[in-house]
Design a protein around this ligand. Structure first.
Ligand SMILES: C[S@@+](CC[C@H](N)C(=O)[O-])C[C@H]1O[C@@H](n2cnc3c(N)ncnc32)[C@H](O)[C@@H]1O
Length: 421
């Protein structure tokens, strides 16, 4: 039997701009600056100035509209005379920026508060989506041998080739990690439909997540055939992500630390896990690690992964959780197929900081554009370790793999790539 290699530890720093679409350098049209989040009416006008180059930053504006509405409805109902949403969001941003690890605490100590969710989306959504896209792409490149056309991403690639990929995000909040998977598929030209599910203890994320994913489809309600010619390159890109999503994302309000409920036989979450080809765990272990049930909860998940499924772990490099997940995964019989102990990630330049300038003034904080993270991809072993893709690999896919391999080799010449024995 051919073995999947354990990737050596390495320190990787991405200095050069990575083209996340595998396209030529961006040709930008920069949106005009407008003052304050309260100037929401200006958004419609601004969409004319949207970049021609695919950018997902613009999704944030749409979700803020939804959050403003939610907050208005809530304060009308409760008749509360709280500070404005913007002010509370600014407070939440400050609090989150000063916390070492990304924590699930908002202004009122809960993500149920729209201001806390707004702050999380503003600070982390774009960066987290790109991170998942980047880790998946790098791991796929490191685990694929172009000359022989074989890959250790075998079950996942089979699912993609068959046209349906199941993804389950734990503590997924706004679903930025699922967006990252859609970006990965688009980047490589894979046309599989994604069945997505999120399990998070904060029920309020569901609405926020739905409004984000709804805004991917800019022609909602319109006749797509008629409108198609009029779409900008930006809108076409977002629609391409949207059409990979199979009927939205199922949201499960559940506490992953409550083993009496979570993953009980025949529960919806247990089904989602049993079907999942990819399980996503970005910035969640650090959010739950202080609880004594944390290890038992994670073990519960890892033991129930199906053969061939991948677990994508991403967390802050200094969170101290890498050891926890490594040990648990080893204990549960998973194989580590990709491991970067410290990866400095920067958003691509075409996701311009200026797009969010009005919010950075209002919240007195910039959204997070770079992060030092540890990223690991584990696989539950399956009967077949490799998968022949030679005949199926498109030029676009091959080009993306080669680009990522070159980048990884350049950063760390000792990095071990998969090669069939
Ligand atoms: C730091 S946020 C990360 C959110 C998302 N994964 C991302 O990367 O943007 C941590 C998330 O974990 C969720 N969470 C915390 N404890 C949890 C638990 N016991 N069960 C389920 N979700 C939990 C929070 O509600 C929050 O959405």
């Amino acid at each position: 039997m051919k073995l999947i290699p354990n990737m050596s530890m390495l320190i990787l720093k991405q200095e050069k701009e990575v083209d996340h679409e595998g396209l030529s350098p961006p040709d930008m049209v920069i949106g005009k600056e407008k003052g304050g989040i309260s100037a929401m009416a200006a958004v419609d006008k601004e969409t004319k100035d949207m970049p021609e180059r695919p950018s997902i930053t613009w999704l944030i504006k749409e979700v803020f509209d939804a959050l403003c509405l939610e907050d208005k409805v809530k304060s009308n109902k409760e008749g509360s005379s709280e500070e404005s949403l913007e002010k509370r969001c600014a407070e939440a941003c400050k609090k989150r920026m000063t916390q070492k690890a990304i924590s699930p605490l908002g202004v009122k100590g809960s993500l149920e508060d729209p201001a806390a969710r707004m702050a999380h989306v503003y600070l982390h959504f774009i960066k987290n989506a790109y991170l998942v896209n980047s880790v998946l792409s790098d791991a796929y490149a490191a685990c694929t041998h172009i000359p022989s056309g074989t890959t250790v991403f075998n079950e996942v690639m089979k699912a993609i080739d068959w046209g349906r990929l199941s993804v389950f995000s734990l503590g997924g909040g706004p679903g930025d990690d699922i967006l990252g998977v859609l970006m990965f598929l688009h980047r490589h030209g894979f046309n599989a439909k994604v069945s997505g599910a999120v399990a998070d203890k904060c029920g309020a994320w569901e609405k926020t997540m739905n409004s984000i994913f709804k805004s991917l489809n800019s022609t909602q309600g319109a006749d797509v055939k008629i409108e198609k010619d009029k779409l900008t390159q930006q809108q076409v890109y977002l629609q391409n992500l949207w059409r990979r999503l199979d009927g939205g994302i199922k949201y499960h309000k559940s506490d992953i630390r409550a083993p009496a409920y979570f993953l009980q036989p025949y529960s919806a979450e247990a089904m989602a896990l049993a079907q999942a080809d990819i399980i996503l765990l970005p910035f969640v272990v650090s959010a739950i690690k202080d609880n004594e049930d944390c290890s038992a909860a994670l073990q519960n998940v890892l033991e129930n992964m199906k053969p061939g499924a991948l677990l994508i772990y991403i967390d802050t490099a200094k969170s101290g959780c890498t050891e926890t997940i490594n040990e648990l995964a080893y204990w549960c019989g998973l194989r580590r197929i990709f491991f970067l102990t410290e990866m400095t990630f920067d958003l691509p330049k075409y996701e311009k900081k200026e797009y969010l300038e009005r919010y950075s003034k209002e919240f007195e904080a910039d959204s997070v554009r770079s992060a030092k993270v540890a990223s690991i991809v584990f696989k539950r072993p399956s009967a077949a370790c490799e998968f022949e893709r030679k005949g199926r690999m498109s030029d676009r896919e091959r080009k993306n793999i080669q680009q990522a391999q070159t980048r990884l080799r350049k950063k760390n010449p000792s990095f071990r790539f998969f090669a069939p024995s």
